[in-house]
Design a protein around this ligand. Sequence first.
Ligand SMILES: [Zn+2]
Length: 101
Amino acid sequence: MYICCVHAPHDASKTTFSVPKNEGEKEKWEKALGMVLKKSHRVCAKHFETYDIKSTWESGEGLNKYTICLKIPRLVEGAVPKLMLNCERKVSNDQNKNVEV
Ligand SMILES: [Zn+2]
């Protein structure tokens, strides 16, 4: 099992993605996460929007079009992670609850 390389405390997802091989893409990830990424690093799904993650593969056109369910979700081309995405929302929800109490 892979472990998310983002050090910020968060509820890491079991779904992780490898760092892009493309240097330009990797730089975007590094800027977004504020850290240096190694080839062996993995970033978990919590840092991506749901539309950044592809769990199906579409191919062909018209009548020949077919969709394959991917066993391992892939990232949409050009997707860039955010340091804290789902976690930020979760924290703000918790704060609201505290106010009510
Ligand atoms: Zn993570």
